[in-house]
Design a protein. Sequence first.
Length: 298
Amino acid sequence: MANVQGFYPDKSAVELEAGYQRWKDHRQRFALMNRDFPFENILHQSPNVELASLPGSIVFTFHYGPYRLLPRYLVAAGYRLTIVVSASVLDRERTRYALDLAAMGLPADRLECLEASNAMVIRKILQAISKSRLILVFLDANESAGNNGSNREHGRLRVSFGASYFYWRSNLLKLAHRIGLPVYAIHLSPKLHHTGPTWQVGDPLTVLTPADKNNPMALLNAFTKLQEYFHAMMQQDWTAWENWGLMHHYKGFDQRAGIDARCQGSYMVPFSFADKGYLFDLSRKLFYEIIANKDNIS
């Protein structure tokens, strides 16, 4: 709730509490959909995944709605899918992906996972693209939210959102622009005018094309498209975005110099989340990430 208020400071306590309850309800329902979703309904509910333009491209998506269903939609539509994920996600989801493929009667090579932190991941991505595989990347992964010190902003895109901002990793987008790879963005969105919570894959957004390789403005335009796409997604239902619990409110982060002199007293609550330490300023409703400088630790 404090993270949401950092980005939406005009929301009242009542709105924040109601939004938090909807967010929890969404997560429970999406978990059930991931467990019990009938495979025979996949293509019927999302015909847009049959578009033929996605093989051999990078496709960005987000942790929005029942996003764990997205790989099933894509492989059921005939795509040979490569997902770039963190080591923890890979350990958690590898068995589930294998079971999904077996249940759908599909060969094991229809879906593969690459560990994002692997030193060879870029080479493996390029090899997969050369084989006309679809590269699926969650742009709002947890790795892009933390550790935003000034010496760590290289390779990140600062995303303006609400009254604050956060960061996305930009290495793949820059790589695609440099060598002329096509890039798209997709996400699951709720169907309108339905009594039940029915979700579908929307039309892919073209972010970069091979023709943009020599266009110096193409990268900026691509980032603008992605940011607008994210904002439009959140306007549909901001409580359907799972990553609220992983965001950090860094408003004022760039004015850290002299902050001690401006402090007028507050209570700081320490806590940890996802193996990181934080302090929460109760009066300012700001998070401060605790980052140890290993060079100074004996």
